[in-house]
Ligand binder design. Structure first.
Ligand code: GLN
Ligand code: ZN
Length: 757
């Protein structure tokens, strides 16, 4: 039995590539220096995998920015505007990734989108009618050669033609089908190139095969591969899928002359069933994705051995594989100095997952797998309680009933009560929560964490910041104020640190896009709130003004989605535990005189399942109730706000209304207001504040342009329901531009009021 991995993280175990790239962007090091760092990291990765005994080691999983962008370069499909800059090759590439502003011109970057249901973002290739698709870049060959020089014969990894086309953006009249012939020829050439170089295997990543596919999609996929595979010669080709199961095209995959098929047994709900019911061609190798490439927990060997024994009957050779690229987990536990061994033994980051594959190989190849010492040790580990249970939390969750998810009285009655209570003007103005975070604020937070300043000093500083922030908002003339969130580093980490049941790492970074990484906290055990988390700051802020100040919390779904979740209980159960903790905070805020409370669900849309048919049962059916649980206990007069970052929620608009908040604010400035039509068409009842100030840009919107936008909105939203606010938090903005923008925003609302008297 052999082992393989789909890909390895590339940013460096201590983010070396990030730091080198950023230095290169600032012209502090040369292109050669950057290339040297990159090569060193690639060779280190090869060594780690070779030492672990992995049989099929990938190459070309490295990227300076993103694999989709690399594939566009390989296919001669970079838009002209980047090529026309006439920059050196590497700089052309970075221009497409990050945009370019300099003496050679001014061009925006390619669009960026989330990579399936991960927190990784890819660059969206742009294909126009003139794109002359052909094999042009040599990176896959170069890296294969580099590894060979280093003594490793690798399995080159390239994004497949079907996925490339499905994820591309077409700017002209040509569509995916119109590029099929050319792209197939390019991939054909790629295969014959590797055959000529005596490569044994090549892996073509086709994650789009786990999405819903219609007949046209299937035709495109089959047509592409009939052509591509005719050029493979002696080269063996793996079609690698991940992030789900291939229920729409399993039979096509089995029929096409692939030599290997990579299936995901971790996230693919139906993968096992597909193999068992349809069988698997004996002349193909099944790459069984059994080690989770997305989460950080140790593999459960008993479960894995069981899966392998079940499929062994239906197929020929099996190779043990990860479920997806290890890009989505941190490098190694070796960098974690603060976690105890007792904790660490439950985790496997990328490097440790290599070890798991090797142990599994040994176990499965032995005569009596269950007697293998590694198997026994793992079984014992899985039984370890790790002190994660909290009986009180469990019984609270178990005792929940329908009424806990229902806020009374119903929306329209509350709306009346609240209109009376707050007596806000028409088109009330507010912000999303955070105010600009200066270097000073960050320093004080970190000094406090390090212990170099006392709690009194810290509180004093924060209170001054809050007081100034309130004064500023009053001066600008906003109606519903915020405290500014100066005490928060991050909207999830802050709450994680206040809650019981979370664990934090030091160096467990995961690439989010380009040189940006995130360090998600880990949900270790049952979650509970041991003390109020935000009450002190909110109460102080409210004491500084007569106007209402919003309490500001992060919602359970967002906290869960931006953490590494548990695998021993369901996502639903974790979400409910977090929801109860946030609910306690909501009630505490209310009891302490806070009359408006915002519960952010920035990431609610993000983890919607890839297949539409799974949306309700696998996600919305617990995510929406978890949010409702947070606020169902408040009094009728307490106003609940929520906020979402992406307005791409047209298809779940009724579910959003069902969250039963009183007000929702969301990003709209950049999405040409189409979301407003959706609100209207669906008779959206929640009051709404579509953002009128794009906080992702330093640009100050003028009063007139805000007013124009608001007027357009009024065609689709009734006068009583429209709020006026920015797109998102102001944390990343400069102070001066923020003040000007907010003044214009308030000015626009005031003028609109006069018009609508
Ligand atoms: N309240 C948060 C802020 O204003 C919301 C951030 C977000 O939606 N990402 O920063
Ligand atoms: Zn936001």
């Amino acid at each position: 039995m052999k082992t393989s991995i789909i890909g390895y993280p590339r940013i460096g175990s201590l983010r070396e590539l990030k730091f080198a790239s950023e230095k290169y962007f600032k012209c502090e090091i040369s292109a050669e220096d950057l290339q040297k760092t990159a090569k060193k990291l690639r060779l280190e990765n090869l060594d780690v995998q070779r030492k672990s005994g992995i049989n099929l080691i990938p190459s070309n999983d490295f990227s300076f920015y993103d694999g989709m962008l690399d594939t566009a370069v390989m296919l001669n499909a970079l838009p002209e505007r980047y090529v026309d800059l006439r920059l050196p090759e590497l700089d052309t590439y970075f221009a497409a990734a990050r945009g370019y502003q300099g003496e050679k011109g001014d061009v925006k970057a390619l669009a960026m989108k989330k990579w399936f249901n991960t927190n990784y973002h890819y660059m969206v290739p742009e294909l126009c009618d003139d794109t002359d698709m052909k094999l042009s870049g040599s990176k896959p060959f170069d890296l294969f050669f580099e590894a060979q020089q280093h003594g490793v014969k690798t399995k080159p990894v390239i994004i497949g033609a079907y996925t490339f086309l499905k994820l591309s953006h077409f700017t002209g009249i040509k569509k995916a089908e119109d590029f099929a012939e050319k792209i197939a020829a390019a991939y054909g050439e790629l295969l014959s190139g590797f055959a000529a170089k005596n490569a044994e295997w090549i892996q073509l990543d086709e994650p789009c095969l786990v999405m819903d596919m219609d007949e046209l999609d299937k035709k495109l996929f089959v047509g592409l591969y009939e052509k591509i595979l005719s050029s493979k010669g002696n080269l063996k080709v793996i079609v690698q899928t991940y992030f789900g199961d291939v229920r729409n095209c399993y039979c096509d995959i089995c029929t096409l002359p692939f030599d290997g098929v990579g299936l995901d047994f971790v996230e693919g709900k139906k993968t096992l069933e597909l193999v068992q019911q349809n069988g698997f061609p004996k002349d193909k190798v099944l790459f069984a994705g059994v080690v989770n490439g997305k989460n950080i927990w140790r593999n459960n060997y008993a479960k894995t051995v069981d899966i392998i024994s079940k499929i062994a009957q239906s197929c020929g050779e099996i190779v043990l594989n990860t479920s997806c690229s290890l890009l989505h987990v941190p490098y190694t536990l070796e960098n974690e100095t603060k976690l105890t061994e007792d904790v660490k033994k439950h985790f496997a980051f990328a490097k440790e997952k290599l070890g798991e594959l090797e142990e599994l190989k040994k176990i499965i190849s032995s005569v009596e797998p269950k007697n293998a010492p590694e198997y026994k040790a793992n079984t014992a580990l899985m039984k370890d309680s790790r002190g994660r249970e909290n009986a009180a939390v469990r019984s609270r969750v178990n005792a929940l009933s329908d009424k806990d998810y229902t806020r009374l009285p119903e929306f329209s009655q509350r709306e009346k009560i609240q209109k009376k209570r707050f007596a806000l003007p028409l088109f009330p103005t507010t912000t999303i929560g955070s105010f600009p975070q200066t270097a000073e604020v960050r320093k004080v937070r970190s000094d406090y964490k390090k212990g170099t300043i006392s709690e009194e000093q810290y509180d004093e500083f924060m209170k001054n910041k809050i007081k100034d922030c309130i004064e500023l908002q009053e001066k600008i003339g906003l109606d519903v104020l915020v405290h500014g969130e100066f005490e928060r580093n991050d909207m999830v980490e802050y709450f994680g640190e206040c809650l019981d049941g979370y664990i934090f790492t030091e160096k467990a970074w995961v690439q989010s896009y380009g040189t940006r990484c995130v360090k998600p906290p880990i949900i270790w055990g049952d979650i509970s709130r041991t003390k109020p988390m935000t009450v002190k700051w909110s109460v102080f802020a409210q004491s500084c003004t007569e106007k209402p100040v919003k309490g500001m919390l992060t919602g359970p779904v967002t906290i869960l989605n931006w953490s590494f979740p548990r695998e021993d209980i369901s996502l639903c159960e974790s979400a409910l535990q977090i929801a109860l903790a946030i609910r306690d905070e909501v009630l505490d805020l209310e009891a302490n005189g806070i009359s408006i409370i915002q519960v952010d669900e920035a990431a609610l849309r993000e983890k919607l399942p890839l297949r539409r048919s799974d949306w309700k049962s696998d996600y919305l059916d617990w995510a929406i109730p978890a949010f409702r649980l947070v606020h169902s206990g408040v009094k009728p007069g307490t106003q609940i706000h929520t906020h979402m970052c992406y307005s791409e929620f047209a298809d779940i608009i009724t579910d959003i209304d069902n969250m039963d908040a009183d007000v929702i604010t969301f990003e709209a400035r950049r999405s040409d207001l189409t979301i407003l039509d959706v609100l209207k068409a669906n008779d959206f009842r929640t009051e709404a504040g579509p953002g009128v100030y794009d906080i992702h840009s330093p640009r100050v919107p003028s009063k007139d342009e805000i007013k124009t936008d608001l007027r357009k909105m009024l065609n689709r939203i009734s006068v009583e329901k429209l709020w006026v606010n920015p797109d998102c938090g102001l944390k990343t903005r400069g102070e001066a531009e923020t003040v000007l923008s907010l003044e214009n925003l308030v000015g626009a609302a005031k003028e609109l009021r006069d018009e609508n008297k």
